[in-house]
Design a protein around this ligand. Sequence first.
Ligand SMILES: Nc1nc2c(c(=O)[nH]1)N[C@@H](CN(C=O)c1ccc(C(=O)N[C@@H](CCC(=O)O)C(=O)O)cc1)CN2
Length: 286
Amino acid sequence: MSAIIIDGKATSLKLKNKISQRVASLASKGIIPGLAVVLIGDNPASHTYVKNKKKTCEALGMRSDLLQFPETLQEDQLLEVISGLNHDPEIHGILVQLPLPAHIDEFNVILAIDPEKDVDGFHPISVGNMMIGREAFLPCTPHGIMKLLEEYDIDPAGKHAVVIGRSNIVGKPAGQLLLQRDATVTFCHSKTIGLADYTRQADILISAVGRAKFLGKEFIKPGAVVIDVGMNRDDEGKLCGDVDFEDVLETASHVTPVPGGVGPMTIAMLMENTLLSAEKGLAETK
Ligand SMILES: Nc1nc2c(c(=O)[nH]1)N[C@@H](CN(C=O)c1ccc(C(=O)N[C@@H](CCC(=O)O)C(=O)O)cc1)CN2
């Protein structure tokens, strides 16, 4: 039996339809959700991602401000830009596109964003609230993964989830959200010895490694749900994930493709966070 292909594009479209209805309802009360995206430097992938964010905002009736700066922008200048956005009442969400140039300290930048506008969910206050299960902006990629599991009726409760990768953006929060849904979670990473011994025990396997087609069927437990967060280029320069998609099809029960799996969900969840921030602002003025 071939695995069910988890369609992130279709799922994100469904979600975006619902978001656009809520945006219209907010607009009828005079509020347009506004997202500011700050982009520094010339990273081609980052340019593509921010372009997609802007396009999506506009398609959903939201405002999108793209603030672009050269690679030479200094950290104190960036902090000033963020401070201005923190005080702009028409901006409900602030996102600084990562990665940043090496001379800028990522943590200082994240810390400068008002947690009320932290639609990336990277601020320590957002992370802390998420950790203890309080209301928080959830980081978009892990939240998108949870939405995909929900859409395909995959309940993490009682399952063994193995997360490969321990980044603050994907690996750690993905494991945390799975734990909150009662999965038993194992983290693997670059120093894990005998990776396949762990992954072959996974009912749900999340890979955020960044190595093209690295995970073949020998890493997969029969019937496992395989979620691929990798965004790599293969030998021919074609976009691909961490998972050797064709190879695992006969072993996994479900698998996300790259492109068209987790990626589109990341942007949809960003839209939802921006909308939530605007809705919250309205509720607080009442
Ligand atoms: N401030 C942030 N920076 C970065 C984040 C983030 O969540 N916040 N995540 C990634 C990049 N990213 C969003 O910013 C992102 C990556 C990929 C996709 C996506 O839709 N991918 C498509 C393929 C796109 C292509 O053709 O190149 C897919 O998988 O189908 C969306 C968002 C790092 N930086």
